[in-house]
Structure formats: structure tokens, C-alpha cells
Ligand binder design. Sequence first.
Ligand code: GLN
Length: 462
Amino acid sequence: MNSHPKGLYLLFVTEMSERFSYYGMRALLTLYMVAALFTMTRAAEVYGTFTSLVYLTPLIGGYIADRFWGNRRSILAGGTCMAVGQFLMFLSACFIQPSIHAEGGAIDPTVDNTLALWLMVCGLGMLVIGNGLFKPNIATMVGDLYPQDDRRKDAAFTIFYMGVNIGALLAPLVCGIFEGSFQDPGRFRWGFLIACIVISLSMVIFSLFKSQFLVTPDGRQIGLAPSRRADIKQQAAAPLTRTDYVHMLVIVILAVFVIFFWAAYEQAGSSLTYFADQQTDKTFFGWEMPTSWFQTFPAFFCVVLAPVMNWMWQKMGRFEPHSIQKLAIGLALLSLAYLVIAFGVKDVTPGIKVSILWIISLYFIQVLGELSLSPIGLSLVSRLSPKRFASLMMGIWYLSTSVSNFAAGKLATLYPEAGQTKYLLGFPITDLHDFFLIFVVMSAVASILLFCLCPLLKRMMK
Ligand code: GLN
């Protein structure tokens, strides 16, 4: 395999630690809220709003970086906001008092948790701002390490994506050790503190090595403020060309397709967790696997399968699909993943538990789709964006995840409940089979459409 610049590994470690911090906190968040602050429904609403906002702000973070600060300063500011946010979560859990008398019980109105609540709200706010400044800017820098049309870019983003998932894999396992309960909600604070320490360390490493490793192939520093970049100044003098606009349009069109992918993918945190909890047999030789562990499966498969995918694309040589075809393949694989489980659970009624292999197959195939779509998408955005709007375009790419998280929450409410028929566009959803078919159809239609648009989009990319 062709070697990659050292800067890639610095960005890998920085992103891995940031994702560790984000996913570690996220794994605890809902549990923390229901342990002492909110009902399940309210906690689900807050969680949905938070995950959606977290991907909305990269639009602003991307703009600030392109216009004023550059990537490096935005990352440092974002990481610092996140560290403060995690620290506020820690403080919130230091002040929390038990307020429920039994698991899932009503909140005792005589217990005053106002301070803990406000600390949490401010903490989540800082995380939303921090992620906005951090997320689009780190991915943009990966692209800058290579010449514009370097063929190693897809592989580079796949390696970077492994970093994302190593963080996502380890975080719930480590922070999960400090899961509190309604009797002891304060115990959550240690999980939040670990998240705070890890993001702070990541910022120290980033500041120490950024100047040494973050350089273009011809030795220029990358991620500086636009006022200090000759290439940007040069571009800013010339108005955007028609080609630039067409390329930006391609990114927007692809971002719309990607919404369908993440809306199905993000079921992991909601409907698929109910499914794992209530309808999956998790007992092995008398030991029951915790439901929260299911959320680590996709990240685990990502880490294991990313090198396999890189190797496979490389082996295909001139038969390697075009990046847009890879995105369409990703959507098709997602559809297949849900098709497998839809047939696995056919005729399964509430109360019956199915083999764990069904959900494992779903995640396995879904991750093959993810690796075909997510890192390749980042690579495409980096190749197509005009340099002076690179981070803003990355923000637009992540905006699709924001919309998806919102849609995912709405779709999850269609999860079948005994004795109730729910409807989607007039079609009745009566059982699990119907529910999973929603995602099969949704992503199959998106995939077919994208395949059809491929020739046109390829021409637009020229
Ligand atoms: N798992 C990826 C991450 O956390 C996916 C983000 C996305 O685009 N939805 O970076």
C-alpha cells in the first residue's frame, strides 16, 4: 500500500480522542437524564435535539474557519469548548441528587435538581458549539495533506475513519463502567470526567505536533487562517468559476442522498436498541449481554473491515467503482442489511425473542455500506470543494447527518407496539417486518436513483 503523510496519523489520533469523548458522553447521556432528571420520553426528545444540533453547527464552524480563523485555530477553540462542556457535565453530575424512588418511577417534586439541570444544559450547549468548530475542520485538513486529485485520498479518509471508530468503540466500554443508577446518579460524573480528560489531552497533542506534521506535499503549513494563506488569497482575488459552482452543486445533491443513509443508520440508538433489548436473545450459558454493548458492534465492524475495504478497492484496480458509485453501493448495502433482518423477523410477535445473529448480520452488512459511503463521501467533498469554501462545504455534508438524526427519531416512533397500527404515508405498519421494510425501500430507492444519476454527476465533476 502506498504510504501516507505523517499528518494523517496526527489527525487520526486527534479525531479518535475527540470521538471517544463525544461517544463516551453520548452513551451515558440518556441514562443520566432518566436516572434523576426526566421521563423517558423527555430524555429521548432532549437526546434527539442534541444529536441533531451537534451536526447543525459544523455549518457555522466551517464558515468561521474559511472566513476568519483557519482550521487549526477552529479545532483548538472547538476542542476547548468541548472540554469545558464535558467538565460542566461532570459538575452537573456532582450536584445531582437522587430523585426517583424506583426504576422508571416518577420524579419527586420536592428534590431540587435545578442547578444540575442548568449545568447539563450549558454543558450540552458547549458541546454543540465545540463540535461545530471541530468536526468540519479536521476532515478538511485530511484532504489538504494530499495533492488535489491524489488517488490515495479515498484510502486516507478510510484510515481516518478507522480513528473515528476506534474512539467510538472504546468510549462506551470505558465510560460505561461508570454508569450510575437512580440510587446513585452522581456516579455518572466519572464517565464525564474521563471524556473531559481525553479531549483535553487530544488538544495538547494537536497543539504540540501541528506545525511539524500538518504540511502540504510541497511543505506549506496547512490549516492556517485565510489571511495567512497565499493559495486562498490568490483564489479570493478571482471569482468562483462555473465549474466551482457545479462542483458545489454535486456536493449538495450527494448530501441529500446521504440523508437516507444516516436516517436508517441512526436507528441504532433508538428502535434497534429496543429491538436488541426486547426481542433479541442475549443469553449465553446463563450470562446476559448488556443491551448497551450492541451499540459498539458497528464501530467494531468498522475498525475490522476498513482495511479490508481499502485492500479490496485497491485490488480492483481499473475496475474500482467511481466514488459516486461507491456511495450508491453503500445505500444498496444498507437496503440489503434491513432486508435480511426484515425476513429474519417475519411473523415474530411481541414477546418472542430471535437469535442475536439477525442483528449482527444487520450491523455487519450496514457497516460494509457505511465504509463504502461515509469516508468516500468525505473524500469527495474534499476533492470537489473550492479551497476557500472547503470547510463550509464539509459543514454542508454534515448538515445531512443533522437532518437524518431528526428524521431517524421520527421514524423510530413507528416501531411497532402490541395492539397498535401506525401509518407511514398511508401504509400500515403492524409488525417488525413492516417496520424494517421502511428502511429497505427508502435506501433502495435512493440507491437506484443515485445509480441513474451517476453519468450526469460524473460529467458535472469533470
Ligand atoms: N460515525 C461517524 C462520525 O462520528 C459518522 C458521522 C456522520 O457523518 N454521520 O464521525
